[in-house]
Design a binder for this molecule. Structure first.
Ligand code: ZN
Length: 373
């Protein structure tokens, strides 16, 4: 069976807002020559282009999908929000939440992005694909039911999960969010539920500033089913793999999911303008291998990676290619041109020991049951 690759050029055409990086262009903020927010189509399109150039795209099951339906969206978002978003999008665009500008057709692009995630999840659960990757845009993991933020307009992963549950295809879903920012939207949507385990690895106090604390473990029935792993700025390859090994994989072993979804951001990579971490393409390859192992153990390999953030136009394609090499088991290999540069710039042993100690403390904390209530 093939690895699915869900993408659609129309997702790359959504744009809006007059920003230079995350700064609104104004009296003293000059527009950038390359233009706009860091969440631009280029990082994604360049990953697709690299897959074409290497030949890997010819080994993947490349496909688009219909947009998520209104019924799909309403399982997560209130009708009032969807109506407001659609009306503004039809009228030429605007901005509803925080750093979420969109142009005319922004609503359709976001619904299509969610539709790609939904179809990828359904196809894997039905056994039509071995696993899948969605190059979807705009991203979704920050979006709350009624408040878009952090470039995210619709909660694509939550929409996909609810569609799978409505179709009776999944009971226990684990979401691993390794985007460098906290997956606050996914957390909020499933905070009081035990049928979705949400795990987020993120740079401590990056975005959002006020969410992502380790002691937010879920509420009511959801107590113990939310795991936040804040890592200090500067954490690199070894710390990420250590976190996966000591916290994420044991949590999956305890939960025994029947589907694993990864919110696959590449903004923990060393060149990202929106973070201060030192992950490399090899880090993402190894984390993919770790998650594939867990998926093989617990859910017959059922695994879907949904592209989220990652803002280095030059480097994201190499990270994504490494992930897709691993996911598909291809012999095609694109070397990371920055591998040696980043290898010699990893944290020193003293800092790694400091981070390892924090990871150990968190591992002990999460191994104990959470208090309900
Ligand atoms: Zn991010």
């Amino acid at each position: 069976m093939a690895t699915g690759f869900f993408w659609d050029e129309r997702c790359f055409w959504q744009s809006g807002g007059n920003y230079a990086l995350t700064l609104p262009v104004g009296d003293f903020v000059q527009p950038l020559a390359a233009g706009g927010l860091p969440e631009s189509p280029e990082t994604k399109r360049r990953l697709k282009n690299l897959l074409d150039v290497s030949g890997l795209s010819r080994e993947l099951h490349m496909t688009s999908a219909p947009a998520a339906s209104r019924e799909d969206l309403e399982r997560v978002h209130p009708a009032t929000y969807l109506e407001q978003f659609k009306a503004m999008s039809d009228a030429g665009g605007g901005e509803l939440g925080l750093r979420t500008p969109f142009g005319k057709g922004g609503y359709e692009a976001a619904a299509l992005s969610a539709g790609l995630a939904k179809e990828a999840v359904l196809a894997v659960l039905r056994g039509e694909l071995e696993n899948a990757y969605t190059l979807s845009r705009p991203p979704g993991h920050h979006c709350l039911p009624d408040w878009p933020n952090g470039f995210c307009l619709l909660a694509s992963i939550a929409i996909a999960i609810e569609a799978a549950k409505a179709a009776g295809l999944a009971d226990r879903v684990a979401v691993i969010d390794w985007d460098v920012h906290h997956g606050n939207g996914t957390e909020a949507i499933f905070l009081s539920r035990d049928d979705v385990l949400t795990i987020s690895l993120h740079q401590d106090r990056n975005y959002p500033l006020d969410t992502g604390a380790f002691d937010v473990r879920g509420e009511g029935d959801g107590a113990g089913y939310n795991i936040n792993i804040p890592l200090p700025p500067g954490a690199g390859h070894a710390s990420y793999l250590d976190t996966m090994e000591r916290i994420v994989l044991p949590a999956l072993d305890r939960y025994r999911p029947d589907l694993i979804i990864v919110a696959c951001g590449y903004d923990a990579a060393a060149f990202d303008p929106l973070s201060r971490m030192l992950a490399t393409a090899e880090t993402f390859r190894e984390m993919t291998r770790q998650v594939m192992g867990a998926a093989d153990t617990w859910c017959d390999g059922k695994l879907v990676l949904v592209h989220e953030g990652g803002y280095s136009e030059a480097y994201v394609p190499f990270c994504g290619h490494a992930v897709l090499e691993e996911l598909s088991g291809s012999d095609i290999s694109v070397p990371d041109p920055m591998a040696e540069t980043l290898r010699i710039r990893q944290p020193d042993a003293r800092f790694e020991a400091f981070v390892a100690e924090q990871i150990g403390e968190l591992a002990d904390f999460f191994a104990k049951p959470a208090k309900s209530g």
